[in-house]
Design a protein around this ligand. Sequence first.
Ligand SMILES: Nc1nc2c(ncn2[C@@H]2O[C@H](COP(=O)(O)OP(=O)(O)OP(=O)(O)O)[C@@H](O)[C@H]2O)c(=O)[nH]1
Length: 351
Amino acid sequence: MSRIPTTVITGFLGAGKTTMIRHLLKNANGRRLALIINEFGSVGVDRDLVRGCNDADCPEENIVELANGCICCTVADDFLPTITALLDRPNPPEHIIIESSGLALPKPLVKAFGWPEIRTRATVDGVIALIDADAVAAGRFASDEEALAAARAADPSLDHDSPLEELFEDQLACADMVVLNKADLVDADTLADIETRIAAATRAGVGIVRAAHGAVDIGALLGITAAAEDDLAARPSHHDAEEDHDHDDFASFVIEAGEIERPAALLATLARVIEAHDILRIKGPVAVRGRPARLMVQAVGPRIEHYFDRPWGGEARRSQLVVIGQTGLDEAAIRAALAAEFVASEPVAAA
Ligand SMILES: Nc1nc2c(ncn2[C@@H]2O[C@H](COP(=O)(O)OP(=O)(O)OP(=O)(O)O)[C@@H](O)[C@H]2O)c(=O)[nH]1
């Protein structure tokens, strides 16, 4: 029996994983794909965004969500039953794509493909790491060089990598291919610098592809035939010595409310709050009074995007913003600052 190829897509919060997957689904050319989506926050924003594609090549039942956690920490409980159920279908997918949470380490997930339940039935075709060129250019994954030098001088035995830097390095070290996304936001010289840095952190022979809005040829992404699960030793991780990692470094909560009246005011407040609290990611739909469509808000670091993505269906008009940052986030202050923007604290019933 041939094994079903599976592509693991990693990349830090907001790097563009969902955007690239939407592009992939739109260009599947009849290939029967299944998608497993994992999110760090407890609200499944991404599933909804992908479902919005309405693509015949990926009907709704082929999109499975693993919300509320991190795929690399819930492998046995959540991931194995989910992928087994896909493989057991009478008409199994031709290719499985896994979007791992922006905070997930890829290696524990790849390791799971060595487990008896799936090793004869699926293989990791490739691990794709998406890099947010804009965030790297802004120095978000680099440690503070001066502080680092001072700390080293004080105690050379300390581990000086920041959680963000460690994740960045782990995702690159496990990759079979790197997509340098958001190339539209960065100039050519900076892109070339980032490529040099990526090349130093990846295994030999790993290709780097530049992309804007995740527009990468499906032929380049799928069919790498890496069998990554057989090659784990070559993919070092900062967490190799640990049984598990529990994401103590990061915190997340969801702001649930009803409607806002003035999108511009909300966006201005968001910008202030993101800066003041060093928030990594905010995303989710917002209900705007008098507007039939949902306002989708997407903030990655200081950069905020917003657009009306689809009309509200029969569901209540509910604003839901997932907020993710490093541990120590002042949830009460953030909630208080944003609460003032909502004219209704409760979801508004469907008309
Ligand atoms: N300018 C620009 N924006 C992009 C690009 N790719 C994605 N974005 C935007 O970046 C934001 C985050 O994109 P997503 O695809 O949701 O990122 P993600 O990696 O799935 O995010 P998480 O699942 O939260 O980790 C959205 O506002 C996208 O529209 C790109 O190449 N260029």
